[in-house]
Design a protein around this ligand. Sequence first.
Ligand code: ATP
Ligand code: MG
Length: 567
Amino acid sequence: MSESRNFIQDIIEEDLGDEDLKSGAYTKKMATRFPPEPNGYLHIGHAKSICLNFGLAKKYQGTCNLRFDDTNPIKEDVEYVESIKEDVRWLGFDWEDRLFHASDYFERLYQYAVELIKNEKAFVCSLSAEDVRKQRGTLTEPGRESPDRRRPVQENLDLFQRMRAGEFADGAYTLRAKIDMASPNINLRDPAIYRIRKFHHQRTGDQWCIYPMYDYAHGLSDAIEGITHSICTLEFEDHRPLYDWFLRELKISNPPKQIEFARLNLNYTLMSKRKLLELVEGGHVQGWNDPRMPTLSGLRRRGFTPEAIRDFCERIGVTKKDSCIEYGMLETCLREDLDKRCPRVLCVLRPLKVVIENYPEGQEEFDAPYHPSDPSNALGMGSRKLPFSRELYIERDDFMENPPKQFFRLAPGREVRLRYAYFIQCREVVRDSKTGEVIELRCTYDPATRGGNAPDGRKVKGTIHWVSARHSLSAEVRLYDRLFNRPDPADEKEGPDYKAHLNPQSLEILSSCQIEPSLARAVPGSRYQFERQGYFCVDSQDSTPTKLVFNRTVTLRDSWAKISAAL
Ligand code: ATP
Ligand code: MG
């Protein structure tokens, strides 16, 4: 993995002071956290944040907590909590015994709010959400103060306690910070810090009916956990003064420092959890783990490795400038990793029958290495036997009746090499009498070319893959493509509805593929290169021993690069 330095490392190194030259240890401790809201599944953008937070902690001998920012019960669900834990672990990170929840701190956060009230830094406001919005002002106009702003401390304490006790309806009151209605930063115009929500919480049940706002809960949760560097995405830059205000007013010692970085954007897909949820709920995909989704569970099911995703996150680096990364870059990282680890096998996606007329009844076997860089099995990749017999399947695309000049595969009268086996020559084309479709090729083989070379030095230009019809297994193969057909589907310039840019060809199901028999016991999640076709993995959800299902993880080459270059 290549290592790229980033500005956050500079900040941390400055804060930690000198390393002990002998032990390499820092005298000061650093701590980060990854703080997902359990309101959806994690996506590849979250992976950037996970790699960054856990990665920095590792580098600087610190710790990284997993904290669920579960302050909005309406959108949260235990299903999301469980999936997030699974995904972080799968990516290769360990929070050890540091699994926390903002809801663990609800009582302390409440007490902090009481302290703010006592210090005349917060008040209970009876304005409706609508009125608060109207009085907030604009970028050029100051806001107007709430008539409740001067409510006496005792009255605020009493009302806040009664909010907690459930005496009031949702929306009847909010607790607001008392900061500055004329601040040029709208986030500082007396923002709400608590609201009433009579809603069951997935962890605290019905214990609470008031819930802290994200901005308030986040920084204080960081402080409670002793986080030193609170790393978040750029949209929180304007919230930093508020983050710092709470810490300062509550006299938190050694307050955490918020640092913002640019979020990951990838073309041809989306990163908004709200929109991803819409795709799931609208049936546009088959769930959060649909192999076309940019979610970690979708990428995992598609066949991505955690190593490839970590490598990608390292290579894209961390900056303060918004940008959009080419999807092809993610695939490049993936191909590099799969190339090293995947056994090569033969699979015919769209079978065309070939009968070798001069091949005797019976069969033979060829020894075929699983990996080209390991022909002698020094790496332990091994080899398998490929059975060969009189009737084979080849790829329909590997035959053309009237081939153009550049086509070097099979055609009437032409000779090609069958991978690991023999040269064969096409003698005759058999058609369906009704439709005229080519249904079979009659060929002959040259027994002297066993292993794929002619002793007379005769050359062929094409090598094609094949399976023995009697020995091969049928399988379903799902070919996936980009989920959207526009580089920036959510861009309003592309139209009001991103769903209009869903790629109708993003899934093609091939149900009569033929694979070599060595894959009979392929286990769910295992990955292979199907020679000439790409990298595939056994689907973890739908594949069974009697009906194998494969997902194409990625093609061997980037067929989209030209398209994006032309746009
Ligand atoms: P929401 O719109 O629901 O707030 P979110 O994507 O911000 O969605 P969180 O669960 O709050 O989701 O995110 C957890 C962490 O991951 C945050 O620290 C957030 O900054 C970071 N994160 C989210 N999206 C990206 C992204 N595209 N690139 C990098 N980091 C991200
Ligand atoms: Mg968020």
